[in-house]
Design a protein around this ligand. Structure first.
Ligand SMILES: C[S@@+](CC[C@H](N)C(=O)[O-])C[C@H]1O[C@@H](n2cnc3c(N)ncnc32)[C@H](O)[C@@H]1O
Length: 257
């Protein structure tokens, strides 16, 4: 049975088809530890759709989606182009299998491209030839980091997010989703045990204040950092009740100078 991966387990929770027996086995253990996990991941994807629609309505045509994961239906470029066909999307993931799968699904599309890079090396993302080709750094851009930052320590997250948000002009946005509770970084917790098998460090649940600080000079748009199902709900009947959803989300905008 193959080693589970964060991306494969996430695909399993979402009911996708891109996961292994190892992902299913580890995923089932996670679901026993946290029975709402399927609903939480679906709510996170529903937030992604609402956020991308909001961003296109705000005039954004360039998206950099870091920790983009396995492409599932309703990906950023599909949602953005339904509203704004000229949208460009750079997908970034550290997992080479995820990138290979994304690249095969995006083949022939020269305005939605997947690259392999690590959030820990923002210069490699910003300096990548595909980033230079797709993303004009002088134009407002949306940086998406959904269910990503919990896998990385502050020593990586704080400087990397600062470098990325400073790379884009006024009118740019950051969208985040991140667990706040329960404390999944407890090394004795079942959640930590399962994810250690992926080789990922145990996920870190951050406080709201720590997450707001990651926005830097970007200002959260209404309703601020809030529970995943509370951010601009659109009446989608597929969005479950927030009870037991330890995930907060937010979108922030860099003011014009
Ligand atoms: C839980 S998935 C989230 C997928 C998608 N962003 C979403 O919210 O639906 C997290 C993804 O982050 C990727 N990832 C983990 N650490 C990373 C890093 N240091 N740099 C870039 N991607 C990373 C994993 O490979 C995985 O595909």
């Amino acid at each position: 049975m193959g080693k589970p991966t964060v991306a494969g387990m996430y695909d399993y929770y979402l009911g996708g088809v891109h996961h292994t027996a190892g992902d299913r086995e580890a995923g089932d253990r996670m679901l026993r530890a946290m029975p709402t996990l399927r609903e939480v991941t679906r709510a996170n994807r529903a937030f992604l759709r609402r956020a991308v629609r909001y961003l296109t309505a705000a005039g954004i045509r360039q998206f950099v989606d870091i920790g983009s994961g396995i492409p599932t239906v309703g990906n950023v470029h599909e949602v953005a182009r339904a509203e704004a066909p000229d949208s460009r999307v750079l997908y970034v993931d550290v997992d080479p299998e995820v990138v290979a799968l994304s690249a095969s699904l995006l083949r022939g599309d020269d305005r939605a491209v997947a690259i392999e890079a690590d959030l820990a090396d923002p210069a490699a993302i910003l300096g990548h030839p595909e980033c230079a080709r797709l993303i004009d750094p002088a134009r407002p851009t949306a940086l998406l980091m959904l269910c990503l930052l919990q896998w990385l320590p502050d020593e990586v997250v704080v400087p990397s997010v600062r470098t990325l948000r400073e790379a884009f002009p006024g009118g740019s946005f950051i969208a985040l989703s991140h667990p706040v509770a329960p404390p999944v970084n407890d090394p004795t917790a079942a959640v930590g045990e399962v994810y250690r098998a992926t080789g990922a460090r145990a996920a870190t649940a951050r406080t709201r204040d720590e997450l707001v600080a990651l926005f830097g000079d970007y200002v959260p748009v209404e309703p601020g950092l809030t529970w995943v199902t509370h951010w601009r709900p659109d009446g989608d009947p597929g969005v479950p009740d927030p009870v037991g959803m330890p995930l907060v989300v937010g979108v922030a905008r860099r003011p014009e100078r």
